[in-house]
Design a protein around this ligand. Structure first.
Ligand SMILES: Nc1ncnc2c1ncn2[C@@H]1O[C@H](COP(=O)(O)OP(=O)(O)OP(=O)(O)O)[C@@H](O)[C@H]1O
Ligand SMILES: [Mg+2]
Length: 255
């Protein structure tokens, strides 16, 4: 599966004015690649994922799947965001089987599959709990299980661990790596967190501030599990690039 995004453009109309958000964004995602997009807050990262997922129309440019032009990647993508968006009135298992249910699949079979997935995520015994009875990390594990149950080859992950504490985030990053390997997914992740990008990604795209352009791309060759101390030079480069962008918004040195 080869995804190509070419010359993507997007503006929103805000209070009668054009807000230019994406300015000529082009990148490719290879089959089973783990690609991360990092950039300053408000630069247009979620907009890119929303366009790919088909939630937001693009103004210009094209998306190609295996060389063929498509409107969006809705058919092949499952989406996960920072807020877990679990349905509070549904149990863990009820939330997990949402995809198969929407698609009219065999519910008994889906439940069996969900149970084995939840077990492998350390959620055995919580099948009948409600989201309000779970910790933030547990809720995100349910959200990840639900995302996987959609059985799509592409995962679009928008700061999925952004609201978690450092330790829980670490656990979730490792779980995500296991999932990515085991289920052979292609991943496009959006994050603010440079360490997260370095720990997880095959490739990192750094965006400028709004309107987002691609500022640079890094390929991380180091095998996983990664040793962040050996990636300190790349970390500094990305940090400096982001700092430059934030500076261009707030004015370097001004308060
Ligand atoms: N539906 C919308 N209507 C109008 N403006 C929007 C809409 N969605 C996003 N924007 C604006 O577009 C810009 C980019 O938003 P987007 O959510 O893509 O940024 P982001 O990089 O994901 O930010 P963050 O890191 O804070 O999540 C922001 O200025 C935002 O206010
Ligand atoms: Mg966002």
């Amino acid at each position: 599966m080869q995804i190509e995004v070419k010359n993507l453009r997007k503006s929103y109309r805000v209070n009668g004015a054009e807000l230019n958000v994406l300015d000529d964004i082009s990148f490719a995602v290879n089959s089973k690649e783990f690609l991360t997009i990092i950039g300053p807050s408000g630069c247009g990262k979620s907009t890119i994922l929303n366009i790919l997922a088909g939630f937001v129309p693009k103004d210009g440019g094209e998306i190609r799947l295996n060389g063929k032009k498509v409107g969006n990647l809705q058919k092949i993508a499952a989406y996960m965001v920072q807020k877990d968006l679990l349905m509070p009135w549904r149990t863990v298992i009820g939330n997990t089987i949402l995809g198969p249910e929407i698609e009219g699949q065999d519910i008994k079979k889906a439940k069996e599959e969900a149970i084995s997935l939840l077990d492998s995520f350390g959620l055995g015994g919580f099948y009948n709990s409600y989201p309000s009875e779970l910790s933030g990390g547990m809720r995100q594990r349910v959200a990840l299980a639900r995302t996987l149950m959609f059985k799509r080859p592409l995962l679009l992950l928008d700061e999925p661990f952004g609201a978690l504490d450092a330790m829980t985030r670490f656990v979730m990053q490792n779980l995500l790596l296991r999932v990515w390997k085991k289920y052979e997914k292609t991943v496009v992740l959006v994050t603010h967190d440079i360490d997260e990008a370095l720990i997880l990604s095959d490739r990192i795209i750094v965006l400028s501030s709004r309107p987002a352009r691609i500022k640079s791309t890094y390929t991380i060759e180091q095998p996983r599990p990664r040793d962040l101390s050996a990636l300190a030079a790349i970390k500094k480069k990305i940090f400096d690039e982001l700092k430059e962008e934030i500076g261009s918004v707030f004015g370097n040195g001004s308060i």
